[in-house]
Design a protein around this ligand. Structure first.
Ligand SMILES: *[C@@H]1O[C@H](CO)[C@@H](O)[C@H](O)[C@H]1NC(C)=O
Ligand SMILES: *[C@@H]1O[C@H](CO)[C@@H](O)[C@H](O)[C@H]1NC(C)=O
Length: 192
């Protein structure tokens, strides 16, 4: 009689564990561990992107517009409290007429009372070649009078899923009269 009882070997225990886990997974579970390969993720890559950002605030077709401010903003030397919405073109060369590779879409807002420093919350929405439709998300601090500003890349979509990295911004030209700016961007991002 004892012979008919299954022996509880380590193998049986492991099989039992696997079966109960898969039953759990197919029963509409909320979360489960997943191997990166199952999601099609191969080796992590590092990419360097270089482009020019055109912030046009003057003229009839501005690409950045002031959307809000505080009652005291006009009394602040740094424009503290002013909020701008941008849809700025990104090109391969400093000239606006050069090839368009994407757009910087988002918000910048004067967040410092002691220097001209913007909080930048934006997406680089790319449209060039294989990057068309992919984006990188930036959340950073931009003290525009500094020679080099570093802004963290906090994520991405499409080819840039799981992205992280940083962007370095250098003012290429700034027109004192119109306040239009061309900014040189170097972006370094890890992604799959
Ligand atoms: C700031 O704006 C307010 C409201 O528009 C106005 O009354 C005030 O005179 C302005 N102050 C300065 C310094 O321009
Ligand atoms: C990018 O993709 C959109 C939508 O799929 C398409 O209409 C557009 O022509 C593409 N642009 C480039 C430059 O490939």
């Amino acid at each position: 009689m004892a012979k008919t009882l299954p022996k509880v070997t380590p193998t049986v225990l492991i099989l039992f564990t696997i079966f109960s886990f898969s039953a759990f997974a197919t029963a509409g579970s909320f979360s489960r561990a997943l191997s990166p390969a199952k999601l099609g993720l191969k080796r992590e890559k590092l990419s360097h992107l270089h482009f020019y950002f055109h912030d046009i605030v003057s003229g009839r077709n501005p690409t950045a517009v002031r959307v809000a401010e505080a009652a005291m903003t006009n009394m602040s030397l740094t424009g503290f409290g002013a909020v701008f919405m941008m849809d700025d073109p990104l090109t391969v060369r400093p000239e606006l007429s050069s090839k368009l590779v994407g757009r910087a879409q988002g918000i910048y807002a004067s967040a410092s009372q002691t220097e001209v420093g913007f909080l930048m919350v934006l997406n680089f929405a790319f449209m060039e070649g294989k990057y068309n439709g992919s984006s990188l998300s930036v959340l950073g601090r931009n003290v525009i009078l500094s020679a080099v500003r570093e802004l963290p890349i906090v994520g991405g979509s499409g080819l840039f899923r799981f992205a992280r990295g940083y962007a370095q911004a250098r003012t290429h030209t700034f027109d004192m009269r119109t306040k239009d700016a061309v900014v040189d961007y170097n972006v370094y991002a890890f992604h799959y």
